[in-house]
Ligand binder design. Sequence first.
Ligand code: G6P
Ligand code: MG
Length: 216
Amino acid sequence: KLKAVIFDLDGVLTDTASYHYKGWKRLADELNIPFDEKANENLKGIDRMGSLNKILESSKCIYSYEEKLALCDKKNRYYQEYIKGITEKDLLIGVNKVLIDLKEKEIKIGLASVSKNAFSVVEKLMIVDYFDYIADANKILKGKPDPEIFMTCAEGLGVKIEECLGIEDAAAGVTAIKRAGMIAVGIGNKGILQEADVVLESLEAFDINEMIERFF
Ligand code: G6P
Ligand code: MG
């Protein structure tokens, strides 16, 4: 039986994935490191230092841990500048309806984002009250594609793994959901999200009754 839906944030509920990209791109340009949207695809769902390390793979320079921390801080300042003006108008299409449908059906709602800015984004989007559990990115030891954050959410929601459905826009995120043992709904490109049980263009196409019939 479906008892909980666990959402990723960036790229699923709001288009902050593009702001993360903008922040990394600005940093990469300053460091003269090649970086584009295709390379960015591998960063989606990956935590801050993990993302920086992937970008630095294309650099000729060696950076110390302290330097890397400073670069992470810099990207985060850019990112926070970009998300300053987020409001409930920035919810992606279909999100409001899905959240309302889930509440009506008494299906629990969780948030599984490794972003340390997740809570502040969800606050700006004015949807905090919908969530029964929000994973604390500061306490997650292993980022996606490790299943830890989705397992933590299931535990926090008080439901079994097989009672959960996860929704992700990143390949690493879909892998994390599947490794946790949950049904995975991908949002975006079928070619990129191959491991997902079903891929939708956006949450507008998400029908909770159809999901229950198909998978639970
Ligand atoms: C999410 C996004 C990534 C981002 C990561 C860390 O997983 O998909 O693009 O790098 O969160 O976000 P943070 O806000 O902590 O830097
Ligand atoms: Mg995402």
